[in-house]
Ligand binder design. Sequence first.
Ligand code: 4AD
Ligand code: MG
Length: 478
Amino acid sequence: MRGITIKEILAKSKVDEEVTLRGWVRTRRGNKHLSFIALNDGSTFQNLQVVADHPKFEEDLLKQITSGASLEVEGKIVASSGTQNIELQADKITVLGTCDPDEYPIQPKKHSLEFLRENAHLRFRTATFGAVFRIRHAVSYAIHNYFNKNGFYYFHSPIITASDAEGAGEMFRVTTLDAENPPRTEDGKIDYSEDFFGKETNLTVSGQLEGELAATALGKIYTFGPTFRAENSNTTRHLAEFWMIEPEMAFYDLQDDMELAEDFTKSIINYVLDNCMEDLEFLSKRLQEEEKVMKQEDQSMELIEKLRFVVENDFEKISYTEAFNILRNSKPNKKKRFQYPIDEWGVDLQSEHERYLVEKKFQKPVIIYDYPKDIKAFYMRQNDDGKTVAAMDVLFPQIGEVIGGSQREERLDKLEQRMDEMNIPKEEMSWYLDTRRFGTVVHSGFGLGFERMVLFVTGMGNIRDVIPFPRTPKNARF
Ligand code: 4AD
Ligand code: MG
C-alpha cells in the first residue's frame, strides 16, 4: 500500500521516475483537455501538481476529482515550468473517497479562523492548520531533544491526583460517586471513602510537586503532559486543558532557573527556525495579509524577523519592585491609564501591565523575579526581606506569561510555617514534606505553557487555534 510522500518526491525524485502518490485534493483547475490537480498529503506545506490529460480518463472519474476527495495517482515525474520545477503526469487515477463539494465545509477559498474553529474536526485539511500542527509537532520534538541532550529525564507525573499543586482551587473533580445522590458522612459532607480511589481526587493542575520528588533523587527531570484548570477564563490565552512542560532541578537556584528558562525557550525557537521554514513563511505571509486587512496601526515585526530577534538578544531581567516602579510612573497611552491601577506595591500584575513592559518598554522578552509572597504559591522560597519570594515569570511579546517558576522552599520549618499561614493541610502533604525531611537540597523549576509557546512561534492570535481540540468553558464538542 505505502507509496511515496510529496516531501520525499520534492527531496529526491528525478524526472522520469514512476511513483504512486496518495493524498487529498486541494483544488482542481484546467480546461476541456487538461486538469491541474493540487494534491496535498500532509507531509509538507507544499502541494504537488498532478496533471491529468482528459482523453486518458473516464469522464465519470474526472467528475469525482473535487476539493477534499482522496486520490491515488500513479504516474511519472516530469519537468514543469512552475515553481516546483516538477509535476506528476498521471497515468492512472483512483478516487479512494469522493467528497461532495456541496456538503464539504472546507472550500477552496480563504475561510475565517472562527469558521474553521466551528469545523475544528476538518480544519487540519487547510494550509494554515497543516502548518500550525506540523510546527506544534516540531516544538514538542525540540523540547524532548533539548532535555535529553542536557541530561534531564522525562518523568511521568500522574493525571489523577489528590493534591492541588497551585493551591488555587481550580480543579476538575474525578469521582465515581453518584452525582445526584452521593454518600454522606454524619456531618453531611460527601463521603469520599466510598469513592473508587477512597479519596477526593482531581485532574492535575501541575506535575510540579511530584516532579520535586523525582528531582531530589534523579537530579534533573522534566514532565510534559496535559494539565487542567477549571478557571472560568474566556481569553485568547487560556484553555481548560493545556499541555505543560515542567523541568525541576536539584542544586539550581533562582538565577540558574532563569538562565535555563532563557536558553530553553531560545533553543525551541532556533529549532523551529532551522526546521520549519516553509510553514513559517506561509504563516508569516498570512499574518501580514491579516494585519493589512485589519489596518493595524503598529505593524508588528514580521514573524520570522521577530523569532530571530528573540534568539539573538538577551532577555531583560527585572525584579517585581523595579517593574512596579516602571509601571507606576508610566502612561500606557496618552488618553488612557491602565484599566487596573498600579499604585500599591504588592498587587498582582495584569496582562495589560505585562504587555506594556514587553511590547512598549523593553520590546523583548522580560523575566520578572522576586514577587510579593502574598500573590504566589506556598512552595516558593522566601527571601530574606520577609516580603518577597524567589519566583520568576517569563513574559513574551504578544503573549504575556509563557513561563512561571521559582526556587522552592527547601527549609522544612519555613515551608511548614507558610503552609499554616495559607491553610494548606500539612498532614495530607506529608509525602511532599518528606523531601525536606530527608536530605533536603536547594532546588528550582518552572512550567512552560506549551500552547503559549506554539502561539508565539506560529504568530497565531488565539490559543484555540494551536491545540487540536480546544477545551474552554462550555466547549467540548468534539
Ligand atoms: O504559572 P503556572 O500556574 O505555574 C505552575 O503551574 C507551576 N507549578 C510551574 C512550575 O513551577 N513547575 O503555569 C505555568 C505556565 C504559565 O506560565 C502559562 O504559560 C501556562 O502554564 N498556563 C496556561 N496555559 C494555557 N491555559 C491556561 N489556563 C494556563 N494556565 C497556565
Ligand atoms: Mg503563573
